[in-house]
Design a protein around this ligand. Structure first.
Ligand code: ADP
Ligand code: ADP
Length: 226
């Protein structure tokens, strides 16, 4: 099963920035996949299109076989998204943020509470459950974004530069957590501009530059070429 299939994807923003110039990409179910590239390469745009936050100009995208043009709701329910910016309400508590998210996906409240306890504990946030999000450190906010993205138990987790600005110890514990949920069967795609991060975590990699995929291979094959 393909977790993600993209063909001929283009995106031109207003003002004529050609952010994506015809991207083809396939990610198999169970993979841990890196989309690597410098700032401005088109990583966030790609993720935005997959999760329907950005309208594509042309091309096809399907998520677990659901085309985003014809089966958007089914595609979206497969995806957990961790964007770069902290887009939760800073005045809500940690627990409110994750439980409300489950509510948007129709998860019954009792189940939502169980999941909240599970994920907040695993991400070392349970003790902070009654704190307003604005009082958390940057590293904690990142982990809160991850916990929130998992509340509807998506099959595909997409993270945009998940460890940007996070110190090394917290980064390692986030890596461990992501490896664990990948082992449990969640397909993971992350964007990064650190090859080291891709090397630590991922099996397959695509390198994007100026809106074009310039390499699409296994991490092993890539490293042996360097
Ligand atoms: P990355 O995530 O790899 O840093 P982006 O996808 O954010 O790259 O950006 C790709 C290109 O599209 C860049 O040239 C960027 O300036 C441009 N871009 C991104 N978002 C917008 C937008 N909302 N409007 C216009 N141009 C944009
Ligand atoms: P810590 O207290 O864990 O050291 P900081 O609060 O200093 O973390 O922030 C860590 C990173 O998160 C920094 O790169 C910072 O720019 C970023 N960051 C902090 N707050 C926000 C926010 N509200 N939105 C986006 N990025 C943020």
């Amino acid at each position: 099963m393909q977790a993600l299939h993209i063909s001929g994807l283009t995106k031109t923003y207003k003002g004529e920035v050609q952010a994506l110039k015809g991207i083809d990409l396939t990610v198999e179910q169970g993979d841990f996949f890196a989309l690597l590239g410098p700032n401005g390469a088109g990583k966030s745009t790609t993720i935005g299109v997959i999760s329907a936050l950005v309208n594509k100009s042309s091309g096809q995208v399907s998520v677990f076989g659901h085309d985003i043009d014809t089966e958007l709701e089914a595609a979206k329910s497969c995806i957990g998204l961790v964007p770069q910016e902290f887009n939760f309400n800073q005045f809500e508590t940690v627990l409110q943020i994750v439980v409300n998210q489950a509510g948007y996906y129709g998860v019954p409240r009792a189940i939502a509470k169980e999941r909240a306890k599970k994920y907040l504990t695993q991400l070392d946030l349970w003790e902070k459950r009654n704190s307003p999000a604005r009082t958390l450190s940057g590293g904690m906010k990142r982990r809160l974004m991850i916990a929130r993205s998992l509340m509807h138990e998506p099959k595909l987790l997409i993270l945009d530069e998940p460890t940007a600005g996070v110190d090394i110890e917290i980064r390692r514990s986030m890596w461990q957590f992501l490896e664990e949920i990948n082992k449990q069967g969640v397909t993971i795609i992350l964007t990064t501009h650190y090859l080291e991060e891709a090397e630590m975590l991922c099996r397959n990699i695509a390198i994007i530059d100026k809106g074009v995929i310039v390499e699409n291979t296994t991490i092993k094959a890539l490293l042996s070429k360097l």
